[in-house]
Each structure stands twice: as C-alpha cells, then as structure tokens.
Design a protein around this ligand. Structure first.
Ligand code: AMP
Ligand code: MG
Length: 415
C-alpha cells in the first residue's frame, strides 16, 4: 500500500493546467481567469443619485426648511439638460445623472412639492439641511478606471460576471472546462429499469460520476457500459481519449483475474496501478493514454465516489486552473462514535454534518459504511477522516471533508 499523499502527488503531477482560451462572459461561470482584468471604464460611469428626491445645491439647504424652484425632472436613463442654479432644484429618480450645479440630493421623504401660487412651475419645500455629496454616488465609486478588478486565478462567480458586464467586458481569458468521458465496466451491469437476469445489477456509477464531473465544472460525455472484454473496454477508453480531455472508468481495477481496466491501461497507456492506504477505494489505476488522463476508479459505488473526490476532482480542477483543489475541510465534533480498527489506512466515514447551536459543525454516522452501500453515501454530506487507529468517541473532534451544503437551525427570517 502507498500513502494517500503519494498517490495524489502522482496524479496531480501528471495533469497539467490547460492553456487559457478566450471565452464569452456569458459562458464563463465557474471558470478560472488566466489574466487579470483591468477596468477601462469607471463604474458607475457618471455621478448619480442613490435616492428618489431632489438634486440641490447643499448650500441652499442651510437654515432649512427652505423652498426651491423645480427646474427639471430627471429619470434614470435620461441626461439632465438644465443646470441647477442658486435657489433651484431638479426632481431626480434613483440612478439618474446628477445635473450640473447640484452637489447633493434630498430624499423625497424629507420634501414636499408645492404648485406655485401664481401657476407658474413648481416649488419644493425642503425640510432638512444636507451636506455636499448627500446621497450622491460619484463616478467610479464602485470601480475606478485603471484599477485591477480581478487577478488571474479568480474563480468567476455570479457577481464576477456582473462586474465584467458592468465594465463592458465581453470576453475573458480563462482556463477551459475539461470535457470528461465516463464509462462503466462490468458484465453484470445493465442500464434502465427492465427486469434483471440472474447475476445482473443496475449501473449506478456512470450516472454518479457524470454528475460529480459536471458538478466539478466539467463538460461530460456518457461513454456507456463496456462488457468485461478487452475489445469493449479498449474501444470505450480509446473513444473517450479521442473525444475528451479526461476519461473516468469504474470497475476492473482490483486484484481479480478479470480486472481488465488495469490490464488494458497498462497495454495502451503509461499506467500506474495503486493500492492506496485508504478505506474505501484502496485500488486505483491512473494512466495517460496519448497524453489524456484516464482515471480507473474501483467498481464499488461508494469507492468510486470517494476515489473521485480524492483523485478525480482535484486533478480536474487543477487542469481547469483552480488553486483550491479539494472540498473544504472542517474540524467537527463527532456526535456519534466513529469506530474503526487499526489497519494502516485512513478511513473515510460517511457522515451527516450540520451546524450546531455551539457554532461548530457536528457530524454523525450516515448509516452503513460498506463500500457498496450507496444509500448511506446519498444520506451523507461529508466524509469524516479517521486516521489509522481506533477511531473517535462521541464528543471527540474529527476532521471532515464537506461534500455538500450543511443544514442549520438558524433561519434567515428568524425563529
Ligand atoms: P470491480 O471493481 O469491477 O471488481 O467491482 C466491484 C464491485 O462493484 C462489484 O460488486 C461490482 O458489481 C460493483 N460495480 C462495478 N461497477 C459498478 C457500477 N457501474 N454500478 C454499480 N456497481 C458496480
Ligand atoms: Mg468488474
């Protein structure tokens, strides 16, 4: 057996970052920027009002209440045409440009508009004194011209995309998504919901691995099921290598005679078969076929998922330019005991994690810990990392890898 760290280093050393491409911002969610972005415009592009109200000269409000002559109404999207002179004001709506002459806004709630007694125009009664700049958003208040807005390495979130659009940036240089093909191997596997012949089971790994790769930000290609023959598995892997940037297989990498994936990867690629000091997911094959990484995950459903988390996801993210490769780890409190026997391996226990009232993350066993028990894996949202030894008692601290969102008793709208 080799240590987990060595196996990960072997894989990560062989999956390089993909060279950047030019990507439309509309398709860039989740991608990693390859070059920094500099603002070539100011945001906002002009000084504008943060409130509905009246644009005034602040000096005119001294000794308020005062009454000012309304000279114009300015809505968002429209340019002011009249300068605000002494004793004057313009009615203005949120987002509209500040008119020349005005240097402050009085919110509408602190004013009253009055028709002029002589029927000529309109006046506004201003109740309060306001300082220069009141409720005014200066040009460049959000982003200044010339400022580095995002550094290379930034992961483009919804807000990032909005910022890029607000700057008029249409394309960015980013590391492209990996296109990942997924194939299941095994004579026992069938697809869909028909009757099962003796000895058959339904393929679950392919759906799960396709979903995990998609969640990791990859484009995915379903390569189907390959029977346990050299010809079928070779054809599926070769198709994957031709069409994709990485191939994920499951099954056929353990010690048995018909574990063909490792035999084939050895023949057609530069493969290393590993027995890793972890449970589940001890066997793992990794090879480069014509330079394309092929991940040979074990067949047991939980093992293939754990193997993806430990090797597949970090390698795919590395290729897509991410600096942070793994899911977040937390130091949690074990609410149930998580026992194990010393066997030289790190164990990954399927646990349900949640935010406790004490501000800490708490974990409890998600149920059956067999590597075939996908039900408990589905119930889990974290893997507790149990170093070699006897495991942890209830109440002990334990490190956990968070796979999904954590439920919390706190509610946005209160109790
Ligand atoms: P293997 O690694 O091929 O020896 O398979 C180990 C175990 O995982 C066996 O019980 C297989 O039937 C099961 N298995 C392999 N592939 C899949 C799959 N795609 N879906 C569900 N179970 C599988
Ligand atoms: Mg098999």
């Amino acid at each position: 057996m080799i240590p987990l760290s060595e196996a990960r280093r072997h894989v990560l050393d062989r999956v390089p970052v993909r060279p950047p491409v030019d990507v439309p911002v509309a398709e860039a969610l989740g991608l990693v920027l390859a070059e920094s972005v500099t603002a070539t415009e100011a945001v906002p592009p002009f000084a504008n009002t943060a409130m509905d109200g009246f644009a005034v000269r602040a000096a005119d409000t001294e000794g308020a209440p005062v009454t000012l002559d309304i000279v114009e109404t300015i809505a968002a999207g429209h340019a002011p045409t009249v300068e605000v002179g002494p004793g004057q004001a313009s009615r203005i709506f949120t987002g509209a440009p500040m008119p020349a002459g005005a240097d402050a806004v009085v919110m509408v709630e602190r004013t009253a508009a009055l028709p002029a007694t002589d029927g000529d125009g309109e006046w506004v009664h201003v109740e309060i004194e306001v300082p220069v700049g009141n409720h005014v958003r200066p040009a460049g208040d959000d982003l200044d011209i010339g400022a580095v807005v995002f550094e290379a390495g930034a992961v483009l979130s919804a807000a990032h995309l909005g910022v890029l659009n607000s700057l008029g940036v249409e394309r960015v240089s980013a590391h492209p998504r990996m296109k990942v093909g997924v194939v299941s191997t095994g004579d026992e596997l069938v697809e869909g919901g028909g009757a099962l012949a003796p000895g058959q089971i339904r393929d679950s790994n392919r759906r799960t691995l396709l979903a995990l790769a998609a969640q990791a930000g990859c484009d995915v290609v379903d390569l189907g099921i390959a029977r346990d023959t050299e010809a079928e598995i070779t054809a599926a892997i070769e198709r994957g290598v031709a069409e994709c940037d990485a191939v994920l297989t499951s099954g056929g990498v353990s010690m048995g005679d018909i574990d063909l994936v490792k035999v084939i990867l050895d023949r057609i690629g530069d493969m290393r078969w590993m027995q890793i000091a972890i449970k589940p997911a001890k066997p793992f094959a990794f090879g480069l076929v014509d330079g394309t990484p092929v991940f040979g995950f074990p067949g047991n459903p939980v093992s293939s998922m754990v193997s993806f988390e430990l090797f597949g996801r970090p390698a795919l993210r590395q290729a897509m330019g991410h600096i942070s490769l793994d899911r977040p780890m937390v130091l949690a409190v074990a609410d149930s005991e998580l026992r194990r026997h010393a066997d030289g391996k790190i164990h990954f226990a399927r646990v349900v994690a949640s935010h406790g009232a004490d501000g800490r993350v708490h974990v409890a066993s998600a149920g059956g810990q067999g590597s075939h028990q996908l039900g408990a894996m589905a119930a889990a949202n974290a893997l507790a990392v149990l170093p070699d030894g006897e495991g942890v008692a209830a109440g002990d601290d334990v490190e956990a890898l968070l796979l999904d969102e954590l439920p919390s008793a706190l509610r946005l709208t209160g109790r």
